[in-house]
Design a protein around this ligand. Structure first.
Ligand code: RP5
Length: 161
């Protein structure tokens, strides 16, 4: 997208992209400018500091952060910005994402992370939720979101056959 990004999608590893692409796809479908970056809390802490602390000044409005295992990325990002941070627990191999979920969801009071479901559904919903947040001050996006939701409703079959 050529417009300045409003949503920053960050993930701990390139291996998270398969999951986090579902967030990007929803933002693309709704015409929300966004960027996607690999930012690891453990392997690239300085990159995380620079990204999170500079996000608001660069014009970002929402951050979606996905990570797996000992998933500190969403919480650490939230600690360095006042922007809303949506956390996506990526499904890990060893513990099927329960480790990711518990690492992200149990934030101490004072630094919130809006935690979504484990895996692809969580990533897709993070994209939709970011769009909903932006739509509160963007009537055209609110209209696109409602059209998208109506299309989803229309697409549900009445019978399984
Ligand atoms: C986390 O470790 C990443 O978010 C990823 O989900 C997990 C495994 O990373 P790789 O070893 O595949 O790079 O930091």
């Amino acid at each position: 997208m050529s417009e300045a990004p409003l949503v920053g999608i960050i993930m701990g590893s390139t291996s998270d992209w398969e999951t986090m692409a579902h967030a990007a796809k929803k933002l693309e479908a709704l015409g929300v400018p966004h960027e996607c970056k690999v930012v690891s809390a453990h392997r690239t802490p300085q990159r995380l500091y620079d990204y999170a602390s500079g996000a608001a000044d660069r014009g970002l409005k929402v951050i979606i952060a996905g990570a797996g295992g000992a998933a500190h990325l969403p919480g650490m990002a939230a600690s360095m910005t006042h922007l809303p941070v949506l956390g996506v627990p990526v499904q890990s191999k060893a513990l099927k994402g329960m480790d990711s979920l518990l690492s992200i969801v149990q934030m101490p009071a004072g630094v919130p992370v809006g935690t979504l479901a484990i895996g692809n559904a969580g990533a897709a919903n993070a994209g939709l939720l970011a769009a909903s947040i932006l739509a509160t001050s963007d009537p055209a996006l609110a209209e696109r979101l409602q059209v998208w939701r109506a299309g989803q409703t229309d697409g549900v079959a009445e019978s399984p056959e």
